[in-house]
Design a protein around this ligand. Structure first.
Ligand SMILES: C[S@@+](CC[C@H](N)C(=O)[O-])C[C@H]1O[C@@H](n2cnc3c(N)ncnc32)[C@H](O)[C@@H]1O
Length: 376
């Protein structure tokens, strides 16, 4: 069970895995020594040091893997692509305004901070006042806080459904509830691919969190490998699998540093038809391995390309809470996929307000950047 005091996925926890520091936190990840013309990948292993020592000092076992020099044409580009969702299943965004958003998650209306909602709310105050749960606390994207239940005390978890898959919503101390609904568009796309394929697709879900995407893929007939550094997140994902009675579906749950895992898969010659990767800006593997998006993303994509099968159907990257244009990941994806043909489409994932009824389109909320390579 993930307790309410659980940290935000990817965030720093004393002795815990998959950490991500606050923006103002000391002890930034160690910078990789730049070697012009010779890009390398540094995967650092904390060995058996204590978490404190791990946080304070650079760690041992630096694995170096040069980037592969790619030749051939870059894939054609489709930009900007705005992948928009009006919600699905038990989720929709009701209203936004004054730095807050009001969302429907199954039976509950939830208020959470939303820094981008600079405009006034559309709905009257009594609708907001009637919310079931309100997150109060640090307004920083990654900040900790508390849940207030203005109507009646609620349990820690409740059942939800999305794209036909059951999972548990959970009030975590980092404002998240166990699903990032902006991903629905990628998951719906992946579901279509898996259902249309005449064979079980092999899907790799990196930074897979509570496993909703893994369950969607498996339910559509794919063989899924789910990787996340957090034991708690993997535990929650397994709970979700049990909730939907999906234990028999072929999902490998792997608690490991994503980079270490894909490096090993490359050495073994493993191949995947679809790779989803949704890395945080900063995180840590179970043994203190540092993940830093701006340092490691080129290597991650380079390795992902190597483990795409010859009949691959897509490599989907999402990037959230980073200060960058979608062009930064778009051009990286096109360079990485040189000579592979196909197309790279990139832009933003957007959730549109859907009103109280979940059907009335309103204003748009941008949530992440994305870039995906597809063979056609
Ligand atoms: C935002 S979540 C991904 C959300 C997921 N794509 C979804 O929509 O459900 C980021 C995840 O990355 C994991 N993580 C952070 N650092 C990691 C690392 N080095 N290796 C593997 N997973 C890591 C965290 O535990 C967290 O579950």
């Amino acid at each position: 069970m993930v307790k309410q005091k659980e940290r935000r996925p990817g965030q720093k926890a004393a002795g815990g895995p998959a950490t991500k520091p606050r923006r103002d936190a000391p002890g930034k990840p160690p910078a990789r020594a730049a070697q012009p013309g010779k890009p390398t990948l540094a995967v650092r292993d904390g060995g058996d040091r204590t978490a404190q020592a791990r946080d304070a000092a650079p760690v041992s076992a630096v694995i170096e893997r040069p980037l592969i020099a790619r030749t051939g044409e870059r894939p054609v580009e489709r930009v900007p692509v705005i992948l928009e969702s009006l919600g699905a299943g038990d989720f929709h965004l009701i209203d936004m305004g004054n730095g807050l958003k009001l969302e429907q998650y199954g039976p509950y209306r939830i208020v959470r901070p939303e820094a981008q909602a600079l405009w006034p709310p559309s709905l009257p105050a009594h609708v907001w006042d009637n919310a079931d749960s309100v997150f109060t606390g640090d307004t920083d994207e990654d900040g900790m806080g508390r849940w207030r239940f203005p109507r009646q005390a609620l349990g820690e978890t409740w059942p939800l459904q999305l794209l036909g898959v059951d999972f548990l919503g959970r009030f975590t101390a980092f404002r998240h509830v166990g699903v990032f609904p902006e991903q629905i568009v990628h998951w719906a796309w992946m579901k279509e691919q898996a259902e249309a394929a005449k064979r079980p697709l092999k899907v790799l879900n990196l930074f897979g969190y509570t496993g909703v995407a893994s369950l969607v893929a498996a339910a559509a007939g794919a063989e899924v490998t789910h990787v996340d550094a957090s034991k708690k997140a993997i535990g929650w994902a397994r709970e979700n699998q049990a909730l939907g009675r999906m234990e028999k579906l072929p999902i490998r749950w792997i608690c490991e540093d994503a980079m270490k895992f894909i490096l090993r898969e490359e050495r073994r010659g493993s191949k995947y038809d679809i790779i989803l990767t949704d890395p945080p800006k900063f995180g840590r593997g179970p043994n203190g391995e540092v993940w830093h998006l701006f340092e490691h993303l080129p290597s991650m994509l380079d390795i992902c390309r190597e483990i795409l099968s010859p009949q691959a159907l897509g490599l989907v990257l999402t990037a959230y809470s980073i200060r960058a244009s979608f062009y930064s990941i778009h051009e990286l994806m096109r360079e990485t996929m040189r000579g592979a043909g196909g197309a790279v489409e990139s832009g933003e994932l957007v959730i549109r307000e859907a009103g109280l009824d979940g059907k009335t389109p309103g204003r748009a909320l941008s949530t992440s950047l994305f870039s995906r390579w597809v063979p056609k």
